[in-house]
Design a protein around this ligand. Sequence first.
Ligand code: NAD
Ligand code: IPM
Ligand code: MN
Length: 385
Amino acid sequence: MGTFLTRFDMDEFTALTRLGSHATFRGGMAKASSPKHLAVIPGDGIGKEVIPEAVKVLRAAALAGGRDLAITEFDWGADRFLRDGTTLPPDAIEMFRRDYDAILLGALGDPRVSSNRQGTDILIGLRFQLDLYANVRPCVLFDRRLTPLKGRGESDIDIWVVRENTEGLYASMGGFFKKGTADEVATQEDINTRKGVERIIRYAFDLARRRGRKRLCMSDKSNALAYGHDLWQRVFRQVRSEYTEIESSHMYIDNLLLQMVRDPSQFEVIVTCNLFGDIASDLGAGLIGGLGLAPSGNIHPGRVSLFEPVHGSAPDIAGQDLANPVGAVLAAAMMCEHIGWGTESRAIETAVRAAIRENKTTKDLGGSLTTRGAGDWLANLVASS
Ligand code: NAD
Ligand code: IPM
Ligand code: MN
């Protein structure tokens, strides 16, 4: 095992990434490629523990590949919100579009903020305002020991959940009538636009094509949601006719979740609406060994996009050096792929597979490493790749 990145280097960098707002680190050996500018938002709870590990591994990959990487950290999250009310500053969207190639985020959510105001403003704010319409959540089983499903192996679970990410029930349209009274009414509108539905279905078909997948399943609840999901049905019929080489099917969401557990091998790419995709991706994470392993990309092709683990801030284990950093590390690998660093992306994924094979994991996967220990192991392996 290589020791290219020393323990001292890693600690120094980790300390730097824990500094206050806008701490910037520049490093790497520039070769032919132009520098990439990465914004890092660790956020709340275990986000603040897993993101330094993901950054450590990313830095190791960049150094090994001779890439130039400039990182700026933003201290947005519950602490900052409670201190001075800041969530997503008004100029943030323009700044990310102008100055950054990608954003890496940990998680948002803190028991002290019951409204989850900072979570909604920052996470949903970035997804919606940067128009990151495709939430791509791969559920890939790296080792058969990790699935709770009896008799299932690596070839059975390789599912890419493509979740619509800019509308649906997350559009935050609705309101209260007679709030707080016995006659109270609360509405929450489900927004489905032809443009939004068409672009996500098309994205999923293109992803299937790009990754050589043969099957795609669109999931909705059109038997009950007769307007919004009727639109999904009609758009799906239209778009699928353009991708005849891909076997496409439809399943209602309740049956889809059952079938994912009963026989996950029937799925390759799943495309669904915002809320159903949120739920299906947590179930998918359960099939591959838990939330600690699942990465995601919030993507608008060709634009600055945001990468994050699927999991939340996990207040139940926060601050104990217990969290599995792999979801965040694999999110960094997805980010590398998005910015054109294919070699670095593969090096990170290879290291994760090795860690799992050799039991160099955190407790949730049966290993004995801490969050930092697992990050160090991965960074060292990537550094020597
Ligand atoms: P959660 O994902 O934080 O945790 C669910 C369970 O999985 C917990 O038992 C937790 O300990 C475990 N877990 C999660 N990540 C893990 C990891 N890396 N290693 C080991 N175990 C891990 O979901 P929750 O408890 O429903 O939500 C907690 C907070 O996070 C809430 O405020 C919620 O709104 C927020 N949240 C944020 C995001 C996000 O920022 N993307 C996603 C989900 C939840
Ligand atoms: C996720 C989370 C978020 C979502 C919450 C925190 C708003 O569960 O990223 O999966 O529902 O999208
Ligand atoms: Mn979720």
